[in-house]
Design a protein around this ligand. Structure first.
Ligand code: THU
Length: 131
């Protein structure tokens, strides 16, 4: 699975977003070591704090299905479904990734102006808290 194909699946997932409050549609596609892919979208709430990000939707779907090892995630988003720049994972999602993913887990983001920029989890969450 190439980063580009994984990003295509993240773009598709954006279309499933429930985001009437912010208007930001976010999509994620999580690649498991066995090659399966889980897509996720953000799901907002009138009370705001119950909102879940696209990345965690994808990760929790996979965990429910018994998956525990992950290779990469592609993330994209934008207001009204239009991708205008990078949509890096929030701190909560980075912490959830740290629970299940190794430091070299790949995070693919839409680059400003097109293309994909890839980071490792350890780059985006150095000195992470794990037990
Ligand atoms: N959001 C995500 O889906 N992923 C992130 O990592 C950052 C934020 C969503 C949450 C909310 O629905 C919208 O983007 C605006 O914050």
């Amino acid at each position: 699975m190439t980063p580009e194909k994984l990003m295509d699946l993240a773009v598709e997932a954006m279309g499933h977003s429930y985001s009437p409050y912010s208007g930001y549609q976010v999509g994620a596609a999580l690649l498991c070591v066995d090659g399966t892919v889980y897509q996720g979208c953000n799901v907002e709430n009138a009370s705001y704090s119950p909102t879940i990000c696209a990345e965690r939707t994808a990760i929790f779907k996979a965990i429910y299905d018994g998956k525990r090892e992950f290779t990469a995630i592609a993330v994209c988003g934008g207001k009204g479904g239009e991708i205008t720049g990078q949509f890096p994972p929030c701190g909560v999602c980075r912490q959830v990734m740290a629970e299940f993913c190794k430091p070299d887990f790949q995070i693919h983001l839409h680059k400003n102006g097109g293309g994909i920029e890839t980071f490792t989890l350890s780059q985006l969450l150095p000195q992470s808290f794990c037990l």
